[in-house]
Design a binder for this molecule. Sequence first.
Ligand code: SF4
Length: 422
Amino acid sequence: MKIFLDTIGCRLNQAEIEQMARQFRAAGHEIVAAAEHAELAVVNTCAVTTQAASDSRSKIRSIARAGVEQIVPTGCWTTLQPKEAAALPNVLRVVTNDQKDFLVAKTLNLEPSNFDLEPIERAPIPGLHRRTRAFIKVQDGCDNKCTFCITTVARGEGRSRPLAEVIRDINSALAGDSKEIVLTGVHLGSWGQDFAHHLRDLVKTILRETDVKRLRLSSLEPWDLDADFFQLWQDKRLMPHLHLPLQSGSESTLRRMARKTTPDSFRELIKAARKVVPEIAITTDIITGFPGETEDEFSETLDFVKEIQFTGGHVFSYSPRPGTGAAKMKGQVRHELRKKRNHIIQEAMEESADSYRGKFIGQKMSVLWESITEFGEYGWRMEGWTGNYLRVSAFAPSPRWNEMDDVVLGEAGDGVVKGEIV
Ligand code: SF4
């Protein structure tokens, strides 16, 4: 069968469709690059914002319009709205997050209990979701109850994937010529807590037992880390980049968000990281206009963002999600004010990201090329990432997708550093 895999949202969703691709291929099916060539499609949906939920529905409808007669919606929006998902055109079956591990077996009408296909080499998914870097799911669900978060509702309790399974997936990605492994989960930092281990143990084992060239950690909650954790960066294969969602720089707002961190403890953690890895990239997530956010609280967040000097990140205008505690809170902030505050934080974040990029001009750094565009007489324009998550572009006479090159960094513009391959 020709199968089209689509996803919206986080790296975990991407990791999951990559896993499904491997299983469908191992069962003898073909993964195609576009819906119009497919007999069946799986859509891994998202519910993190109202927009993401709406995009999930539109994707399913457009795949049906492309002529796919069998569609399997799964993921967070589908889990929260299974009836609505089942009512969309050409839906064969709805698979909620708790059943996602059996999606391929169920879709192929195979008995899940004896559906243990030999893991084959990772091959990038063709089309829009083609990635050089292999996103590896190591954990799912979350036991925290941040009041704005619908993910913890849609993904259920925290649970870790066994070490052996993670190592197997990494080796299949490396066998498939992946140059970078990105560990991902809903609450990555909680890996191992269900069997008295810590994420530190997983990282050490991966570095000891695999030939990974570049290992990157995706989003980590600050309260899962301590100063000793940063000793892991003695191994240069661990990419010097931390994504630590702060969400707010105001202690009172963080309390209403039920976040297990404070500006003081967050500041100390950043200091500890920069002490071990001075040039480490620190990116973050900020929510503006959280219910009850006063002008003073917003100023605290702005001042804190400027103080920490983040090297990049995402700024979200608060989006009330039905089923979360915050959606029922008093003091909902007007939409325009949420957007205005979002813009102000973005500007501050862009300023510190710019000055961070500026520190590396003239330096030679290793870049893994992720996207390529033919550029007529100039040859090929590549874009990719350095270890410390600088986005770099360069030209070359031939396409160098999934290749790593040493690049001398030049001027930066619009968030991209122009470089020259040496
Ligand atoms: S830690 Fe908080 S924000 Fe992150 S998934 Fe869990 S509940 Fe959501």
